[in-house]
Structures are given as C-alpha cells and as structure tokens.
Design a protein around this ligand. Structure first.
Ligand SMILES: C[S@@+](CC[C@H](N)C(=O)[O-])C[C@H]1O[C@@H](n2cnc3c(N)ncnc32)[C@H](O)[C@@H]1O
Length: 257
C-alpha cells in the first residue's frame, strides 16, 4: 500500500458482470467520475469473501457484500420480472442455506440425482459437489451461474451442472430427481403453488424433498400442496444452529413419496 496516493482509502473489488471478469481497483473518495478499466465499464458492485467450515471441509464463497447491491444495466433481470428490490436476494448467504448445508452434510446422497432449486449462492450444491454427489443447481437470476462458476473455481472443484430455470416456466431440460433441496424459497405467496407444481414435475416417483424455511409463514401451505401431489410431510427444528449468529426460528421441511 506504500506506493498508493494518500487519497486512496478503500480497497474493494469491482466486477463487470457482462464480461464475467474480475478487477481489483482502488476507489478514491475524491474521484469525480465513474471508474473505468482499460475502457471497460466497471460497476461499483461490491463483493465479499468468506469460508464456511463443515468439519474438515472448507467451502469458499464469493457473494455480494450485502443486500444493498444492484446491477442490471441491460434490464436482464427486469425482463424476468425481478424488481430492483429483489435483485440482490440471490447473492447473499441466507441463514437457511447454512441450515440446509449442515443438514445435508450428513445425508446419505449415495447415487441419488440431487436438484437444488432457488440456489442463490448455492452453498449446499458446492458442498455436495465437494463430496462428489450428482448435483444440479438452478435459479432464475441471470447472474446466479456466474457466481456458481466462480465459486466452483474458488473451491477447485469440477463444474456444477446449472440451468436457468423459473418455477413458473414450462420448459426446461432438467429431467427427474431423487432428492430435491432448497432454502428460503417461500418468501412470496405465489411461491407455494409454483414450487409444489415444480417439485412434482421434477420428482421421480420415489423422491425426497428437503426445504429449509426460516419461518416466513408458508410452510403449512406448501405441505398441504405437496400432500395433494402424493408426498408425506414432516417438519422439525434443526438439532442445533451454533453456526448461526442468531436464533433460527424456522424449520426443516421433509417430504417423501
Ligand atoms: C432468499 S433467496 C435464497 C437463496 C438461497 N437458497 C439461500 O438460502 O441462500 C431466494 C432465491 O430464490 C430464487 N427465486 C425466486 N423466485 C424464483 C423463481 N420463480 N424461479 C427460480 N428461482 C427463484 C432467487 O433468485 C433467489 O436466489
């Protein structure tokens, strides 16, 4: 840092989503114009790095810095119906994703084909990939795959299959799965019906479903909908959540048929 001008006070990473490349730049609080890097536009999207430990396994993650970040220059997210306020939701690590990953850590996935829905930063997919499970991650956010690929690289693991999928969509090439997982994906009323039908369409005749819900008040509605599709339903609290900073008020929802 000794060679830097005195007015340079903040080191951050800015990320051009269009180019999927990484730049480290020094932001000056007195800079008068938008920074550029060799003529390419640079966003002020700020990122954060962390490592989540699962016993001996470390999962490294690059996420958005917080839920204030936003970058949709060509309206790709807007076209998919993702409003400005919802844009960053995919890009941070939600407590439910930690609960899901810790629960799945000891789950015997064996040769099961596993699908993560609404994966966001895809912590559980990254963990399962590290454990050599057959995992496919999905989300409808246009930048989800960029972060997934980047984090897979960060963990020096093989690529994770990904498909950009909207639960409301009618055509995807995912096929059927033996285990379907997701965390914090019941945050709008419309999600219950969409998710139940999406899960039914992607579940093998024998299939397990694990959804972690932080207590957003829609778990019973999802259970009712999935029971109509032939699943049995049970809810339980995680054994402990010592890895979270706050109490977890939610449940692990398990469905089977
Ligand atoms: C609150 S975030 C949770 C992300 C991640 N599962 C976690 O727990 O950290 C909700 C996720 O669901 C995704 N999502 C919301 N609506 C969706 C839809 N209709 N189809 C597919 N994914 C959707 C969002 O893009 C976002 O990644």
């Amino acid at each position: 840092m000794a060679d830097l001008p005195k007015h340079v006070v903040l080191l951050t990473e800015c990320y051009t989503l269009e180019q999927h490349s990484r730049f480290v730049i020094y932001l000056s609080p007195i800079a008068g114009s938008a920074p550029t890097n060799r003529g390419y536009p640079i966003t002020n999207l700020r990122l954060c790095y962390q490592t989540v430990e699962f016993g001996e396994i470390d999962i490294h993650l690059c996420t958005l810095r917080d839920r204030q970040e936003f970058y949709d220059p060509v309206g790709a997210a807007e076209k998919l119906g993702i409003c400005d306020a919802s844009w960053p939701l995919f890009g941070v690590l939600w407590p439910s994703s930690l609960v899901l990953a810790h629960f799945i850590q000891d789950f015997d996935t064996g040769s099961k084909r596993v699908l993560e829905i609404g994966c966001g930063m895809a912590l559980t997919s990254l963990l399962l990939n590290k454990q050599h499970a057959d995992i496919t991650a999905t989300d409808y956010h246009p930048e989800a795959q960029t972060f997934l690929d980047r984090n897979t690289l960060l963990n020096e693991d093989r690529d994770i299959a990904f498909e950009l999928v909207d639960w409301a969509g009618e055509s995807d090439t995912l096929g059927l799965f033996d285990l379907i997982i997701g965390s914090d994906i019941l945050y709008e009323d419309g999600h219950v019906k969409l998710l139940a039908s999406f899960i039914d369409e992607h579940a093998n005749p024998a299939c397990e479903v694990v959804i972690v819900d932080p207590g957003r008040g829609r778990k019973n509605k999802l259970s009712t909908a999935l029971v109509e599709y032939g699943f049995t339903s049970s809810h339980h609290k995680p054994e402990h959540t010592d890895y979270l900073n706050e109490d977890f008020k939610g449940y692990i929802l398990q469905f089977e048929r």
